[in-house]
Design a protein around this ligand. Structure first.
Ligand code: MD3
Ligand code: FE
Length: 203
């Protein structure tokens, strides 16, 4: 099912379900090379979300700021390549939402455990906001929050479940968004975890 959450934001419910195991196997391969880590914000706070990346560049934060880096700062090696199963799913989903030819070079992999949250923020570290951001949710459900272009705009809440794909483009590209603290639970494929893949054209 295809649901317009707001102008430019399309929720494709369970769009990733047919490839869920392949996605999770690929995540396992990636984090064997570039392990999950909790990064520090420029303000000096350790994030509760644990992150890794794949693709030509990966999103990182440290005391010096946010950036896209071609190397994993923890290992010094390039990030693992983006698996074909990621590429294909995201290209198709973006196309269904009206963005043909979406070829992201960055995939941020977020891991949530019970209590993990992501406070309200904008994604503003990319060069070209004409490209959408595509997100894929796997494992435990989470409550996603999204507001408007001002932090003070009252956010809406949407449950994001295993297999859901969201395409954020056009007027939605710069909306404030976040994730409420993950509730405890058990998912048959991921246990007590939620993973979120976020695909971006960074360059
Ligand atoms: C709306 N991730 O990594 S996914 C992020 O569930 C991030 O891990 C969340 O926000 C997560 O930056 C939310 C949905 C999402 C991702 C990127 C967006 C919504 C977005 C970019 C612009 C607008
Ligand atoms: Fe974000």
């Amino acid at each position: 099912t295809r649901q317009e959450l707001r102008d430019g934001a399309v929720l494709l419910r369970e769009r990733a379900l047919a490839v869920d195991r392949a996605l999770l196997d690929a995540i396992e391969m990636i984090v064997a090379q570039s392990p999950f880590r909790r990064m520090v914000t420029p303000g000096g706070f350790q994030m509760s979300v644990a992150m890794s990346n794949c693709g030509r560049v990966g999103w990182v934060t440290d005391r010096t700021g946010y950036r896209y880096d071609p190397r994993d700062p923890e290992t010094g090696a390039p990030w693992p390549a983006m698996p074909d199963v990621f590429r294909t799913l995201v290209r198709e989903a973006a196309s269904e939402a009206g963005f043909d030819g979406f070829a992201p070079e960055a995939c941020l992999i977020n891991r949530y455990e019970p209590g993990t949250r992501l406070s309200l923020h904008q994604d503003k570290d990319e060069q070209n906001y004409a490209h959408p951001v595509v997100s894929v949710s796997l494992g435990l459900p989470a409550t996603f929050q999204f507001g408007g272009l001002k932090r003070s705009d009252r956010p809406m809440k949407v449950p994001l479940q295993h297999g859901d794909v969201v395409v954020w483009g056009g007027p939605s590209r710069l909306v404030y968004h976040g994730v409420l603290a993950l509730k405890d639970g058990e998912h048959p494929l991921t246990g007590r975890q939620r993973f979120n893949l976020t695909f971006r054209k960074a360059l």
